[in-house]
Design a protein around this ligand. Structure first.
Ligand code: SDX
Length: 377
């Protein structure tokens, strides 16, 4: 690439090799370590995908049982973290999560140890504890006591239990388990890139996860699911969807949940959430969200010829809403799902680390004489 060629947004720039996930934007395919997302969505679990991403192979039953037990044993938070969450209870849940992970670095025995063994211990603790932080903040900000984790439940079921104070039904737990694994890794998205940049300086895993959480919050990345539900509320009725889309496009607005830097066809994750929202809407008698979203999707059909299709965030928000999860928790849900992916990319960066330091093309003035302040106009 010559010095003149700018790659703004790093569009199309390949920064490293990876074995964790591969996106085919033309065919609309996503694989984790060789396994297709459709197989994993239908047959796997969040815990199994964590193992696959961190170890590069599907676990044996014993390996899966050991990981599930380790995650369950590491869900509790140091009491000081709950105090900090109480101090920041009025803040956005993503800021509470970012603050909580920062504070966890103070109490983690392995924070400064970046060896593979210590990083795997931190992978388990951070994946387990971030779910507890999100659930605890939600309860504390509502004036309720945080619910202690239940080691007998899997990661998804335990999250809902800590969030609501009652054990979820199997269908709700599976819906969260599916959502988390669909979000688990996605090549070099902005937040994973941020985690790599931080790791590239030899900063520790807590620091890299804080970078990733801070980056995910933006509406152009993780914030879209919340923005989709705001749009859905604005539309209000299925019949109004088509005009709403026409007006948005005419006003050069971005329709949230559509478009993607890499996918130029349907995001393969979307179909699983679309089906889940349709099914849960019918089961709970709350079909309006699905009806409105479907009409928006129909109205956006003409933009497919420009490669603008529905992405993972379009139906995710409706799934969370049907499960009674408040809108400002949608981005944290994305973060909880993406934890294993951020971590696998941090592990890959450590395995053959290099400082990520791109260039900027300077276009400002040069060789200006320094004018004493007394002579400046
Ligand atoms: C995620 O990177 C990842 O992998 C991310 C993610 C992951 O798993 O980590 O997949 C998760 O972040 C999904 C994306 C969630 N964000 C949204 O849904 C927000 C809405 N989408 C857009 O902001 C946009 O599509 C981006 C930011 C996602 C991608 O934008 P690009 O690749 O930088 O493309 P662009 O902004 O240059 O747009 C190209 C054209 C433009 O038209 P022109 O100016 O050329 O006329 O497409 C148009 C855009 O206006 N366009 C849209 C649109 N997205 C792009 N027009 C209307 N609505 C949209 N949503």
């Amino acid at each position: 690439m010559t010095e003149e060629q700018l790659a703004r947004g790093l569009k199309g720039v390949v920064i490293d090799k990876t074995e964790s996930s591969k996106i085919d934007g033309k065919l609309g395919k996503l694989i984790y370590h060789g396994y297709d997302i459709h197989d994993l969505a239908e047959k796997s679990t969040f815990e199994e995908v964590c193992y696959l991403l961190w170890h590069g192979k599907l676990p044996t039953q014993k390996e899966l049982d050991d990981l599930s037990r380790s995650l369950a044993e590491n869900r509790a938070l140091p009491p000081q973290i709950l105090q900090i969450i109480d101090l920041v209870k009025a803040t956005h849940p993503m800021d509470a999560l970012r603050t909580g992970v920062s504070a966890l670095a103070t109490f983690d025995p392995d924070t400064e140890d970046n060896s593979p063994a210590a990083n795997l211990r931190k992978a388990i603790r951070l994946t387990a504890q971030t779910a507890t932080i999100v659930a605890a903040h939600e309860r504390i900000r509502k004036g309720q006591k945080a619910v202690a984790p239940d080691p007998s439940l899997n990661h998804a079921a335990n999250f809902l239990y800590m969030l609501k104070g009652e054990k979820p039904d199997a269908e709700s737990a599976r819906a969260i388990d599916l959502d988390l694994l669909l979000h688990a890794d996605h090549s070099s998205n902005a937040s994973a890139f941020a985690a790599r940049v931080t790791t590239g300086t030899n900063a520790d895993m807590h620091a890299a996860i804080v970078s990733a959480i801070a980056t995910l919050k933006g509406p152009a990345h993780g914030g879209a699911a919340q923005a989709v539900m705001t749009m859905t509320a604005e539309i209000g009725e299925p019949e109004r969807a088509e005009q709403w889309v026409k007006d948005a496009i005419a006003a050069k607005k971005r329709v949230m949940g559509f478009g993607h830097r890499v996918y130029k066809t349907e995001d393969p994750r979307a179909r699983h959430l679309r089906d889940r929202v349709r099914h849960m809407g019918e089961k709970y008698g709350q079909v309006k969200w699905f009806q409105i979203l479907s009409r928006v999707e129909e109205a956006m059909a003409p933009y497919r010829e420009r490669g603008i299709y529905v992405n993972v965030d379009f139906y995710a928000g409706a799934a969370y809403s049907l499960l009674g999860i408040p809108e400002d928790l949608f981005i944290p849900m994305f973060a909880l799902g993406r934890m294993p992916g951020w971590i696998t990319q941090i592990l890959e960066q450590w395995a053959d680390n290099i400082l990520l330091r791109p260039l900027l093309k300077y276009v400002g003035p040069v060789d200006l004489p320094y004018i004493p302040i007394s002579e400046r106009k």
